[in-house]
Design a protein around this ligand. Structure first.
Ligand SMILES: *Cc1c(COP(=O)(O)O)cnc(C)c1O
Length: 421
């Protein structure tokens, strides 16, 4: 079904905005706002887009930080996903959702001793290691526990920023990964550490990439290194090309997941490599499965602007405040009255508390607006700032609505706090 919306399962039916077969205005009246609603069919189609027949294993590691609700993780676990995690909390969530430990990958620049110990004890698939000092730390912990840690080195490919200005984590000046020029030495060092077993190589060059070129340039940079490693007697089982595939928020036209997988495979075949392939998509699996619903509390005309003040704040959805992200906003009930230009803002005491600027909408106080493409990096970044209760989350499946998270209750806001006597 094609729609004017980036969310593939969103459509209008008799002036009502529907996610699959669920009327969003009606569901907001039942469950309250602000409210996240995700579509299972959209998750399925995003997952299916990564599935390409291949002559080798291809592991799709869902990046848990994009949306870590247990129901979402459980959905991907049932599809056979691997999981890319960046903390003990994320590893624990993936396990709680039913992911086997051997399908969990542990990334991140600052892994603590406690986190490494936890991951080793659980028996994860591998550590994506970001520095030489981290190699030494993992070796020490593994040796103490009488284990061998499977490791992959995250290489910073330093892809030319001039040709690919969007890349934010794959440049020399970024904190991520091991510099391409130091990679061989780092592997040679890892090979001397008995607590480690070298299984792979990885990179992750940035997020919301809308071209395949940086992926393929970076992959090409790895090939020379992999040859040098095999000459030195170090063989790898997998190559992990990271996450970062972009999605449509407005008018972006990102490449399809299957074209990325196919072209990466073609590159490997051409180079004569038979390694297993891994990817770490977050955003592209969940962003357009979700919307956030928020009710208009007040229409506030001023001399300069018209404001629609809604009941969600930057604490509930921070992407516009944090990244000046553009997100589409639509009324869940299509009105046939004339539109007015609004800034859509929240109730939090910060000037950055806005969702959209200069949008033409036909809207009245009491209407429920949908902020689209809100499945990734929205609920996971929600906070209790201003002592606001974080939203509830629903998962719709056809015409069935599952509550997958209830709204914070007031007492939970201070449940970990203590007044000294
Ligand atoms: C954030 C992150 C991802 C996921 O990135 P997306 O842009 O959401 O696909 C994958 N791998 C690593 C190491 C990350 O930090």
């Amino acid at each position: 079904m094609t729609t004017p919306y980036p969310n593939p399962t969103l459509h209008l039916e008799n002036n009502a905005l529907m996610l699959e077969n669920v009327d969003l205005n009606a569901v907001a009246r039942v469950h309250g706002t602000p409210l996240y609603v995700y579509s299972k069919a959209a998750l399925q189609s995003a997952w299916d887009a990564w599935q390409v027949p291949a002559d080798r294993p291809i592991h799709i590691c869902y990046a848990v930080k994009a949306n870590s609700n247990l129901a979402i993780l459980s959905f991907f676990a049932k599809q056979g996903a691997f999981f890319d995690t960046v903390s003990m909390g994320e590893i624990s969530r993936a396990l709680a959702a039913g992911a086997p430990a051997h399908r969990i990958v542990f990334s991140g620049v600052g892994k603590s001793v406690a986190e490494i110990e936890f991951a080793l004890t659980e028996g994860i698939h591998c550590f994506n290691v970001e520095s030489i000092t981290e190699l030494d730390r993992i070796h020490a912990v593994a040796t103490r526990l009488g284990k061998q840690a499977p490791i992959s080195l995250r290489i910073n490919p330093d892809v030319d920023a001039k040709t690919h200005p969007y890349i934010s984590t794959g440049l020399k000046e970024n904190k991520f990964g091991i510099d391409h020029t130091e990679a061989l030495a780092a592997y040679m060092h890892a090979a001397t550490l008995s607590g480690l077993s070298i299984v792979g190589i990885d990179y992750h060059i940035g997020s919301q990439l809308t071209s395949l070129t940086p992926y393929l340039d970076a992959q090409n940079r790895l090939f020379g290194l992999i040859k040098q490693l095999s000459d030195a007697g170090i063989t790898l089982t997998h190559i992990d090309l990271g996450g970062g595939l972009g999605v449509r928020y407005r008018d972006e036209v990102p490449p399809t997941a299957s074209s990325l997988v196919e072209q990466a495979l073609a590159g490997l075949r051409e180079a004569g490599f038979n390694h297993a392939l891994m990817f770490e998509p977050g955003r592209s699996l969940v962003a357009n499965a979700g919307v956030m619903l928020t009710e208009v509390e007040y229409i506030k005309p001023t001399q300069h602007k018209n404001f629609a003040i809604v009941d969600a704040g930057m604490n509930d959805l921070i992407r516009p405040a944090l990244y000046q992200a553009w997100m589409q906003v639509v009324n869940t009930v299509e009105r046939d009255t004339a539109t007015t230009t609004y800034d859509i803002v929240g109730p939090v005491c910060e000037s950055t508390d806005w969702f959209a600027k200069d949008r033409d909408l036909a809207v009245e106080a009491g209407d429920v607006l949908a902020i689209l493409s809100a499945g990734a990096y929205c609920m996971t970044m929600a906070s209790n700032y201003n002592s606001r209760q974080r939203p509830a989350e629903l998962l719709v499946d056809g015409d069935t609505v599952h509550v997958i998270r209830t709204r914070d209750v007031l007492a939970s806001l201070w449940e970990n706090e203590h007044i000294p006597v």
